[in-house]
Design a protein around this ligand. Sequence first.
Ligand code: HAM
Length: 421
Amino acid sequence: MSADFAAPRGIPDYFPPNSADFRRVRDTLTDAARLAGYGHIELPIFEDTALFARGVGESTDVVSKEMYTFADRGDRSVTLRPEGTAGVMRAVIQHGLDRGQLPVKLCYAGPFFRYEKPQTGRYRQLQQVGVEAIGVDDPALDAEVIAIADEGYRRLGLSGFRLEITSLGDNESRGPYREALQEFLFGLDLDEPTRKRAEINPLRVLDDKRPEVKAATAEAPLLIDFLSDEARTHFDLVLTNLKRLGVPYELNPRLVRGLDYYTKTTFEFVHDGLGAQSGIGGGGRYDGLMKQIGGKQDLSGIGFGLGVDRTMLAMEAEGVAHADVARCQVFGVPLGADAKAELVGVAGRLRAAGISVDLAYGDRGLKGAMKAADRSGARLALVLGDRELEERRIEVKDLSNGEQHALSLDGLIEEVARLLG
Ligand code: HAM
């Protein structure tokens, strides 16, 4: 019989044992950011639709095809956040964080929403850990951001990934490049929507996944050959700093990101064990975003978004996932109603002392309860019958070696703590 409800299509649930890895990925990646001085920011799950339209770019797939947009009860158009950078920038402007010490360094983790075609590694609710460093345009900062991601992945035990990097240049580089690229694209036999794209945002055409378009644009001019002197120097310094930090990279001048705000340094972490959805994280510098969404200043920023879901898949592919059930240190086995009442209190006191405890609920009898204790993976079983209770003692069994001791119920907490070492 099929159940009445299932999670919406493309929306994953995270439950034991794999949810342990979900937390590990999220915590390890955010810890790597904290080690470089990034403070936590918690942002709304939905925002004004115009923030994403203007920030991320109308011509991107993310905005034009994938947003979860709806009218709220006050008839305002709101959108479930498809990414984090625009919201961070909005918060920085709204709260005047850009008037304090620069760069503003922020880190976030949580769900994002894109109405994409679901498949392994591509979900409609996806989880990211992100950082943004806003207010200073220093190539050493770009390298820092990239090194945080690299370090985070390595701490998770991953090694089968590579960093692809390029520069998308500054305004000065982009004008001449845009002209050259459009001239090239208008010389091709493109369908009408693609031609329109070439007019509005020619770079997007290079992100087209259709094999025929890919083949036709294989010889397109590359932005990296049009970099201004300043953008060139900036990029060279990013690479020099990456070397200093021991972060290996591969130049990929064809790298195209799915969001419009990128300028200068742009990068992606790619894992080879994942098939089509191989991007485990990506980011870059964004020079015009603050102005674009109404900031009075025009400060540059740099950041990344790392995909938690795909990082988990990468760990599985490399055999470094540690799916694990939440184990308790102690498992209580009550034999009788009075014993259970007593053990409930003991469990509470043990937990207050920082010791994790589970109990055999549901009156299973000694055999069933001992089986549950063995399966629980706990170190110690506390077995209490009504007769022992009368004598104020309790059986403690070390499940790792079968040793058994009778202990006094009084002073039990200290004794259990001692046995656990
Ligand atoms: P993004 O490349 O769109 O960048 O997303 C970052 C990462 O999120 C991707 O590399 C991928 O691992 C994961 N991801 C994206 N879409 C999905 C999906 N449908 N299912 C599973 N995982 C997914 C951004 O979002 C930028 N805000 C990153 C950034 C921050 N740039 C500068 N600052």
